[in-house]
Write a protein that binds this ligand. Structure first.
Ligand code: FAD
Length: 420
């Protein structure tokens, strides 16, 4: 007997949205959503922002609530880990605590389509003293609550890693009145993903808000003091002394959870390799969200994006493909971050950053940098300028040719370029 069942592995933002989108697109078969966390699927951006400040609770982050789960008729196996995929038999092995069982057991479950949405796990650091209750990482809701508790009971924080999550955390902690030091091993902030002018801006933003940022500097060991607190020894070109702190949060990136796919023989290349619809090298298996490396036609290259927008767009694309619907238009990579009351939005992921064209004044705190290639926008960074961003997205999507003079001329409404 053939079954019509989509199994979704990973009940995070991409997996949760895939379940909803499948029904929206008219999928009539069975949907089984399997997640190893204890919760319904939830969105993570607030974990480094409002959750830390006690302004949002888990129920406000959910992709859907219990009522919606019933409405979309989805079997949800929480606290359940998928441990292997058998592509020949089209089954997955799950490990869970079944009803009336004393301990977790393995079971096999058959699929007609499989969606891999296992996201990633935090990259950990290995230095002397790193195993300490006061050294934390941030990926899950529980991680965020643990950090929140430390923020409420501490005066000093050291953040290891000057990437987006580390900087958002630093900004939140500063707002809560802590002394904050950010250690970044590279010579600039967000250097892996941002151009130099943006790194400089972020450095200025944090320092002017009272965050101490040390570049070319990392933690080499941590010692627990008997009287409480930690001493962090530093290394790196500009490391001089050691630091005293109450706790440390390490934010040095994500490792995509690709092992299941790798063991099953799927094509891997900086994530699970998929086409624009999220389809892997096995046509019955899709991969979406943080772990998927997809073909972007808009940017003419392969991309693995770790962003809210990408999790949603890929969920929709794979649901449409499973339902044999026409592909939707290609996504324009979009990301945002909130730091020190500053909203930063970015579109595009150029291989190399061209010379920026500035619209507005950096000193005003509201401006955009545009990056052009042959008269086409390949990226835009807007700082407290969401109107610029909204128009930039449309110019980008329509492929309108623009000049540096037109972009830089603040007397001319950006919107007028849409009529070209
Ligand atoms: P996840 O949401 O991580 O979901 C994957 C799920 O799969 C997890 O629940 C995991 O436990 C589960 N899983 C893994 N392996 C298995 C297995 N074998 N069996 C069963 N379940 C499994 N993006 C932005 O655009 N803007 C922001 O401001 C922003 N802020 C962020 C702040 C934080 C603190 C974090 C952590 C992320 C932030 N992001 C932001 C990124 C965004 O949240 C992610 O890109 C998004 O969550 C990716 O969704 P996903 O479904 O791919 O992965």
């Amino acid at each position: 007997m053939t079954i019509e069942r989509v199994i979704i592995v990973g009940a995070g933002q991409a997996g949760g949205n895939a379940a909803v989108k499948l029904r929206d697109e008219g999928y009539a078969g069975e949907i089984v959503l399997i997640g190893n966390e204890a919760h319904l699927p939830y969105e993570r951006p607030a974990l480094s922002k409002s959750v830390l400040r006690g302004e949002q609770e888990l129920r406000e982050l959910l992709v859907f609530n219990e009522e919606k789960l019933t409405q979309i008729n989805c079997s949800f196996l929480r606290g359940t880990t998928v441990t292997s995929i058998d592509r020949l038999k089209k089954t997955v092995t799950i490990n869970r605590l079944a009803e009336d069982a004393q301990e977790k057991q393995d079971e096999e479950l058959a699929y007609s389509h499989l969606v891999l949405a296992m996201g990633g796990r935090v990259r950990t650091l290995d230095f002397s003293g790193v195993e300490n209750d006061n050294i934390l990482y941030l990926r899950t809701f529980e991680d965020s609550l643990a950090i929140k508790q430390c923020l409420e009971n501490s005066k000093r924080l050291v953040v290891v890693g000057g990437g987006w999550i580390g900087l958002e955390l630093a900004s939140t902690a500063k707002k809560m009145g802590l002394d904050v030091v950010v250690l970044e091993f590279a010579d600039r902030l967000c250097g892996r993903v941002m151009p130099a002018e943006m790194s400089d801006y972020l450095l200025h933003l944090h320092r002017s808000n009272g965050v101490e940022v040390r570049l070319n500097c990392a933690a080499s060991s941590v010692e627990q003091k008997q009287e409480g607190g930690l001493v962090v020894k530093l290394h790196g070109a500009d490391a001089t002394d050691s630091l005293h702190t109450d706790f440390i949060v390490i934010g040095v990136g994500l490792i995509p959870n690709i092992e299941l796919a790798e063991d099953a023989g799927l094509q891997i290349d900086n994530g699970i390799k998929v086409n624009q619809q999220g389809q892997t090298s096995d046509l019955a298996i899709y991969a979406i969200g943080d772990l998927a490396n997809f073909e972007s036609q808009a940017l003419q290259k392969n991309l693995r994006l770790e962003s809210w927008e990408n999790a949603n767009v890929m969920a929709q694309a794979c649901a449409r493909a499973i339902c044999a619907k026409e592909p939707q238009s290609d996504q324009i990579p979009w990301f945002w971050s909130d730091q020190h009351a500053t909203n930063i939005q970015i579109i595009g992921v150029p291989s190399a950053w061209p010379e920026p064209i500035l619209r507005g004044e950096v000193s005003s705190g509201s401006f955009s940098w545009f990056y052009l290639n042959d008269g086409h926008i390949v990226a835009t960074i807007s700082v407290n300028a969401s109107r610029d961003m909204a128009v930039a997205k449309r110019i980008f999507a329509k492929g309108i040719t623009v000049s540096a003079d037109e972009i830089g001329d603040i007397q001319r409404p950006l919107k007028s370029l849409l009529k070209k």
